[in-house]
Ligand binder design. Structure first.
Ligand code: CP
Length: 317
């Protein structure tokens, strides 16, 4: 595997989950693989977990790590070709990318949806330019439409905690004051549809995700109905995808907040969220602090996820 931008690029999900188990138990077994190899992590957007877990994963593999926050200390980058650069952007991505590629062996990129153009976001124009012009393997640290390292960590976590062969997993929209991308839910749906679990997506009308990510899932606008009998509840906010509402917040309906009353509808489900989370918007204090909350082990598995993927990429060099 050279590039990793979608969980669907894993040739065999079951084998990848087995490999993740090995990596978790033997975190320093592959130090030679990354020796004298440099990972460059490029952030166009903020991060806590991805930044730290991916760096830790690379260090476990014996790699050197360079981190670039594009918006803090680098030249402001133009991303559109053909623009007369007479504004505040001093450098074009088309020069910056190959330069970055010349300093490293592998590149991780975080570049969220910008909501200016649905077409640009869903064509993944930023990360695809890194793939095209860097000359190096590129992996997503959350791009416009997917967050595959998060999804892989989520799948690792469900595998660890499931008590049934085919658990019922519910992805539910929950309210948030700001417009958030669809990357995490898109990617989670894509990953869950690679499993044989029962998978249900619950969201208010107007918040249906892009069908290319959800084809095959049960989709309902009734959260209570979805939660009945659930083994895992994965809460997440996302902005609207459909039509002219793309990138908009249509409502902040607190009836969709995950509370203990909502969790009582489930089969003693585990609660999951990728973090960061807005308490008492997405989830109540008591649910996130309950013994059924997996948010901390889920975040810890981000190291395992990143290390398993980086290991595969290093093997391809
Ligand atoms: N879940 C996640 O990607 O967290 P960060 O945005 O903090 O990296």
């Amino acid at each position: 595997m050279r590039h990793f931008t979608s969980i669907t690029q894993l040739p065999d999900l079951k084998a990848a989950l087995e490999e993740a188990k090995y990596v978790k138990q033997n975190p320093f077994a592959d130090q030679e693989l990354g020796k004298n190899k440099t990972l460059l992590m490029v952030f166009f957007n903020n991060s806590l977990r991805t930044r730290l877990s991916t760096q830790k994963a690379a260090l476990n593999l014996g790699m050197n790590v360079i981190v670039l926050d594009v918006n803090q200390g680098a030249w402001k980058l133009e991303t559109e070709r053909g623009v007369i650069m007479d504004g505040d952007k001093s450098e074009h991505l088309l020069e910056a990318i190959p330069v970055m590629g010349s300093y490293c062996d592998v590149i991780g990129v975080r570049s969220f949806a910008q909501f200016a153009s649905k077409e640009d976001d869903y064509n993944e124009v930023i990360i695809n330019q890194f793939i095209k012009y860097s000359g190096k393997p590129v992996f997503s640290m959350e791009a416009a439409t997917r967050h595959p390292l998060q999804t892989f960590a989520d799948l690792i976590t469900i595998e660890e905690y499931k008590t049934k062969e085919k658990p019922k997993v519910v992805l539910t929209w929950a309210p948030h004051p700001k417009a958030l991308p669809q990357a995490v839910p898109n990617s989670f749906a894509e990953g869950l549809l690679m499993t044989d679990y029962e998978f249900v997506i619950a969201n208010p009308e107007g918040y249906d995700l892009a069908p290319e990510f959800t084809k095959g899932a049960t989709i309902t606008h009734n959260q209570d109905e979805a939660l009945r009998g659930a083994d895992f509840v994965y809460a997440k906010n996302w902005s609207a995808y459909e039509g002219d509402n793309y990138g908009k917040v249509l409502n902040q309906d607190r009836n969709w907040t995950i509370t203990s009353e909502k969790m009582a509808l489930t089969d003693n489900a585990f609660f999951m969220h990728c973090l960061p989370v807005r308490r008492n918007m997405i989830v109540s204090d008591d649910v996130i602090e309950s013994p059924q909350s997996l948010v901390i082990p889920e975040a810890a598995n981000r190291v395992v996820s990143a290390q398993t993927i980086l290991k595969e990429i290093l093997k391809s060099l």
